[in-house]
Design a protein around this ligand. Sequence first.
Ligand SMILES: NC(=O)C1=CN([C@@H]2O[C@H](COP(=O)(O)OP(=O)(O)OC[C@H]3O[C@@H](n4cnc5c(N)ncnc54)[C@H](O)[C@@H]3O)[C@@H](O)[C@H]2O)C=CC1
Ligand SMILES: O=C(O)[C@@H]1CCC=N1
Length: 281
Amino acid sequence: MLEGKTFFFIGAGNICESMVKGLLSAGMVRPGEIRVSNRSNGERLNFLRNYYGIVPVTDKKTAAGESDVIILAIKPQDIFPALEELAGSIKENQLVISVLAGIPTSLIEDGLGVEVAVVRAMPNTSCAVLESATGLSAGRYTGPEQLRLAEEVFRMVGEVVIVEESLLDAVTGLSGSGPAYIYYLVEAMEKAGESAGIPRELARPLVLKTLMGAAKMLLETGEKPEVLRRQVASPNGTTMAGINELNKGNFQTTIRKAILRATHRSQELGRIIVEKQYAHQ
Ligand SMILES: NC(=O)C1=CN([C@@H]2O[C@H](COP(=O)(O)OP(=O)(O)OC[C@H]3O[C@@H](n4cnc5c(N)ncnc54)[C@H](O)[C@@H]3O)[C@@H](O)[C@H]2O)C=CC1
Ligand SMILES: O=C(O)[C@@H]1CCC=N1
């Protein structure tokens, strides 16, 4: 289904680069089949062209009209000018994928002014290493074939779950933002290792292998995390002493609050932009 398809990214930032890197390393898409535009920074497009061989685009209308899959990868706050630039050039037989946090498919459909398939996606930057966890949901004009095409795109760069659109803000808070929580944990563990006397150059590989090993244990044993945790934590041993400290800092509550706050922020971003849309009409 993906064979020979052409892609057009609007917005050449972090998530665009992660996806481009992943799509190319998965080997199903060729650099010449990926077009990328950015707002003003020619240097960024030059870098992406030199590094990945993608096709930089300045004439967005033409590129949008000629591409099979158009991927909106701009900040939610930048959606209106982008939709205005694209309106009139996108047709019913194309597929528009939006990775924007919070922005409902209906806003994009209305802004494009055509009954085109819009799929809202929430990947994460691990697309770059083919390990994204991506949530997808279909817009009002998206048929099963088009949803399957979107699914194939994201399956190339990781795992996909298809959810109701109402759940996508929560997916954003959990797995869209998720890599940053893990990086933050790694930062904290490295610093703690240093406080305990382990030089950073040793702390990093120890932490990373611990992280990889734990993820692999979860995946390969199929055990619940609490079962694996108990296997590590001997009664009155070192792990319990550590976990008691985490509990004193309300570890689980803090993580829950972080994910819920990120979810609410996604909802809030969507609400603000939808209100702006109504104010414009
Ligand atoms: N960074 C991440 O981990 C993830 C981000 N997202 C979503 O992806 C979107 C982009 O995020 P990032 O890549 O992190 O942002 P970014 O700020 O790195 O990149 C956005 C790019 O879009 C460009 N841009 C703005 N308006 C444009 C226009 N009209 N035409 C062409 N280019 C335009 C900007 O110049 C900028 O380079 C956001 O909506 C975010 O919610 C989704 C999943 C993960
Ligand atoms: O922080 C953000 O708003 C975006 C959405 C998910 C990850 N990054």
